[in-house]
Design a protein around this ligand. Structure first.
Ligand code: SF4
Ligand code: SF4
Length: 86
Protein backbone atom coordinates (compact mmCIF):
# COMPACT_ATOMS: atom_id res chain seq x y z
CA UNK A 1 0.00 0.00 0.00
CA UNK A 2 1.11 3.54 -0.59
CA UNK A 3 2.68 5.41 2.29
CA UNK A 4 1.43 8.68 3.75
CA UNK A 5 2.97 11.40 5.89
CA UNK A 6 1.39 12.21 9.23
CA UNK A 7 1.04 15.52 11.07
CA UNK A 8 4.19 14.64 13.02
CA UNK A 9 6.22 15.77 9.97
CA UNK A 10 8.66 18.59 10.80
CA UNK A 11 9.28 19.37 7.09
CA UNK A 12 12.98 18.51 7.21
CA UNK A 13 12.92 17.32 3.59
CA UNK A 14 15.03 14.22 4.26
CA UNK A 15 12.48 11.87 2.71
CA UNK A 16 11.97 13.80 -0.52
CA UNK A 17 15.47 13.15 -1.84
CA UNK A 18 15.28 9.46 -0.96
CA UNK A 19 12.17 8.73 -3.04
CA UNK A 20 13.22 7.42 -6.43
CA UNK A 21 9.64 7.67 -7.69
CA UNK A 22 9.50 11.41 -6.93
CA UNK A 23 6.34 10.73 -4.95
CA UNK A 24 7.16 13.16 -2.14
CA UNK A 25 6.79 16.93 -2.26
CA UNK A 26 6.45 19.85 0.10
CA UNK A 27 2.84 20.52 1.03
CA UNK A 28 1.23 23.44 2.87
CA UNK A 29 2.02 22.30 6.40
CA UNK A 30 3.85 18.98 5.98
CA UNK A 31 5.51 17.05 3.20
CA UNK A 32 3.07 14.89 1.25
CA UNK A 33 3.16 11.60 -0.69
CA UNK A 34 1.35 11.16 -4.01
CA UNK A 35 -0.27 7.71 -3.66
CA UNK A 36 -0.25 7.30 -7.45
CA UNK A 37 3.56 7.36 -7.38
CA UNK A 38 4.37 5.54 -4.14
CA UNK A 39 5.19 1.87 -4.68
CA UNK A 40 6.33 1.22 -1.11
CA UNK A 41 9.75 1.41 -2.81
CA UNK A 42 8.96 -1.85 -4.61
CA UNK A 43 10.92 -1.84 -7.88
CA UNK A 44 13.95 -0.32 -6.16
CA UNK A 45 14.30 -1.48 -2.57
CA UNK A 46 13.08 -4.11 -0.12
CA UNK A 47 11.91 -1.51 2.38
CA UNK A 48 10.50 2.01 2.40
CA UNK A 49 13.30 4.55 2.26
CA UNK A 50 11.22 7.51 3.43
CA UNK A 51 10.26 5.66 6.61
CA UNK A 52 13.90 4.73 7.21
CA UNK A 53 15.20 8.28 7.05
CA UNK A 54 12.36 10.15 8.75
CA UNK A 55 13.59 11.41 12.14
CA UNK A 56 10.09 11.53 13.63
CA UNK A 57 8.57 8.36 12.10
CA UNK A 58 6.02 10.35 10.12
CA UNK A 59 6.07 8.11 7.00
CA UNK A 60 3.62 5.29 7.54
CA UNK A 61 1.59 2.86 5.41
CA UNK A 62 -1.76 4.33 4.37
CA UNK A 63 -4.57 1.82 4.96
CA UNK A 64 -6.74 3.82 2.56
CA UNK A 65 -4.47 2.69 -0.27
CA UNK A 66 -4.44 -1.07 0.17
CA UNK A 67 -2.37 -2.68 -2.62
CA UNK A 68 -0.55 -5.97 -2.99
CA UNK A 69 3.00 -6.45 -4.28
CA UNK A 70 1.82 -7.19 -7.82
CA UNK A 71 -0.21 -3.98 -7.99
CA UNK A 72 2.72 -1.97 -6.63
CA UNK A 73 5.06 -3.47 -9.22
CA UNK A 74 2.54 -2.69 -11.96
CA UNK A 75 2.46 0.92 -10.73
CA UNK A 76 6.25 0.98 -10.81
CA UNK A 77 6.27 -0.24 -14.44
CA UNK A 78 3.86 2.51 -15.43
CA UNK A 79 6.09 5.10 -13.77
CA UNK A 80 9.27 3.75 -15.36
CA UNK A 81 8.39 2.39 -18.82
CA UNK A 82 11.06 0.23 -20.38
CA UNK A 83 13.10 -0.05 -17.17
CA UNK A 84 13.81 -3.24 -15.24
CA UNK A 85 13.00 -3.34 -11.52
CA UNK A 86 15.90 -3.91 -9.14
S1 SF4 B 1 7.69 4.33 0.37
FE1 SF4 B 1 9.29 4.63 -1.17
S2 SF4 B 1 8.14 5.07 -3.05
FE2 SF4 B 1 6.76 5.45 -1.34
S3 SF4 B 1 6.98 7.61 -0.87
FE3 SF4 B 1 8.36 6.47 0.49
S4 SF4 B 1 10.33 6.53 -0.60
FE4 SF4 B 1 8.72 7.03 -2.10
S1 SF4 C 1 11.61 12.96 6.63
FE1 SF4 C 1 9.82 12.95 7.98
S2 SF4 C 1 9.89 14.92 9.03
FE2 SF4 C 1 11.24 15.08 7.25
S3 SF4 C 1 9.93 15.91 5.62
FE3 SF4 C 1 9.85 13.69 5.44
S4 SF4 C 1 8.05 13.07 6.63
FE4 SF4 C 1 8.58 15.17 7.22
Amino acid sequence: MAYKITDECISCGACEVECKNQAISEGDTTYVIDPDKCTECIGYFESSKCAEVCPVDACVPDPEHEENKEQLLEKWHKLHPGETPA
